[in-house]
Design a protein around this ligand. Structure first.
Ligand code: MN
Length: 491
């Protein structure tokens, strides 16, 4: 059986405290949701603002395969705003619990039905698809829900969604409610769950098992308060747990999650199911050993099936055999001396409290193996000045493949100035300095310092190091080592 997916990242997801998408961001997300295979995209709430309408219209006019919907209350003004955005459908929300009817709307059940049907009729007069949603439906008398469905069916609603608006439902109760509703009506039913008790996924699945055919989700479980049922969990539970079909291509989940994380600026919790940083990361030695022998021993979901890569946390207790095996997986061949150098490096970084994974391993291996490689860049001269009556300034003379380049820069201090001067001299090499870390290996002002930097070039991350008793020279050394590595990869 096929289950439809309605994604509300752009509406309920945007109700996450601190999240607001620009019209262009909405379009970027909608295009990826469409490519992912989402059936319905709830693009926003048209009545909210001019910017919101601009975003919804941008999405609706893009000609995506997905049905484009917008949230409306049972108010003519809301529906008019939706009409101005050219949407295909309306997520028409009517509060149905006695609590909402009496205290929020200060009306009666009969009047609510009357107003709802008027709104449905108005939508239908404008050829809109109508998904009538019972707000606080989970706390609504099921008989009243069925009565509303039956009457709205005469007005040709296309779907009816029960919202567990406050996230209070339990799987058994949902199952009972949906069994009753599907027994009494042929209108396709949807479920909209919130995660206040951590049951959004379980409750949504319980509704599906009792006949719901469309599930509301948000990427990374974004949404009001504790969030909505998460797209990634629902899709994978439906597929792996129950064998239901959806239009979603799970391999694109990783990319989708990262895009939304980046645009909403709310980091995904590392322990979040499926899309968290640790979801496919193994740490315990016993687990790592088992995985290396046969991944299924400790992996129920294949990381690549959702677009991720398996990672191992490597610490100071890591064995040389495990490192060798992981290098083999990365197609990196090393001799014994290099292998020992890599292991030393892992232990050194582990002692410094750095979390190292097998993804970093490739980077470490390349930097260890790169020590004796041909260097495209050499530093001929470096002068850096600093003091309390001058602007920190550095000048540098480099040879890039034998060609001499002289550059200078000012900075917040001599290290910053020197790094900027090197950057100015190496503009032809694309990179970004993403991390800079200094350690003093011995005590005293004449201590040897070790500088570790992380560079990003295109999609690749790499680390490089420099050491010495002069922090400026050690920093420059680390950076130049890193740039040499990038140039080695480029050639
Ligand atoms: Mn909601």
């Amino acid at each position: 059986m096929k289950i439809d997916i309605l994604d509300t990242t752009l509406r309920d997801g945007e109700q996450t405290p601190g999240v607001s998408f620009t019209p262009d961001e909405k379009l970027t997300i909608a295009k990826m949701l469409d490519d992912l295979g989402v059936d319905v995209i709830e693009a926003g709430s048209a009545i909210t603002s001019d910017g919101e309408r601009e975003g919804i219209k941008l999405v609706a006019d893009e000609g995506l395969g997905a049905e484009i919907s917008t949230y409306c209350r049972i108010l003519k003004g809301d529906i008019d705003a939706a009409l101005s955005c050219n949407v295909d459908s309306i997520f028409l929300v009517a509060p149905t619990s006695d609590l909402h009817i009496k205290y929020k709307l200060r009306t009666t059940r009969d009047k609510l039905i009357e107003k709802t049907l008027e709104s449905v009729q108005y939508c239908k007069d404008h050829d809109l698809i109508v998904d009538l949603c019972a707000e606080d439906g989970s706390r609504t008398d099921a008989k009243f829900l069925l009565q509303l469905i039956e009457q709205a069916a005469e007005y040709k609603i296309n779907r009816f969604t029960v919202a567990d608006t406050v996230g209070i439902m339990l799987p058994e109760k949902i199952n009972e409610m949906f069994t009753y509703l599907t027994g009494g009506s042929k209108i396709p039913l949807g479920i909209h769950c919130h995660d206040d008790l951590g049951l959004a996924t379980a409750n949504s699945i319980a509704a599906v098992k009792a006949g719901a055919s469309i599930v509301d989700v948000a990427v990374n479980g974004l949404g009001e308060r504790a969030g909505n049922a998460s797209l990634e969990e629902i899709v994978m539970v439906l597929k792996l747990g129950y064998g239901y079909k959806t239009n979603i291509d799970p391999k694109k989940i990783a990319k989708m999650s990262k895009l939304v994380e980046k645009l909403c600026t709310i980091p995904v919790a590392p322990n979040k199911a499926i899309v968290g940083e640790n979801a496919f990361t193994h740490k315990a030695g016993i687990h790592v050993d088992g995985i290396l022998k046969k991944p299924e021993t400790y992996e129920a979901i294949k990381p690549e099936s959702v677009g991720y890569r398996r990672r191992f946390v490597l610490g100071k207790h890591v064995g040389i055999k495990a490192v060798k095996s992981m290098l083999d997986d990365l197609n990196i061949s090393v001799n014994d001396e290099q292998l020992k150098g890599i292991l030393d490096q892992i232990k050194y970084m582990g002692d410094k409290g750095k979390k190292i994974t097998n993804v970093d391993l490739g980077v470490i291996a390349h930097s260890v193996m790169g020590i004796d490689m041909k260097r495209a860049i050499e530093v001929d001269e470096l002068v850096a000045v600093a003091g309390n009556k001058c602007i920190p300034t550095a000048s540098v003379k480099l040879k890039i493949n034998g060609r001499e380049i002289i550059e200078s820069a000012t900075g917040t201090g001599p290290v910053d100035a020197a790094i900027k001067a090197i950057k100015n001299a190496t503009k032809e090499v694309p990179f970004e300095l993403v991390e800079y870390h200094v350690d003093s290996i011995s005590g005293g002002t004449d201590a040897i310092v070790q500088v570790m930097i992380k560079l990003k070039s295109k999609d690749k991350l790499l680390t490089a190091q420099g050491a010495g008793s002069d922090i400026i020279l050690a920093s420059v050394d680390a950076l130049v080592n890193g740039i040499n590595l990038i140039m080695e990869h480029m050639s």
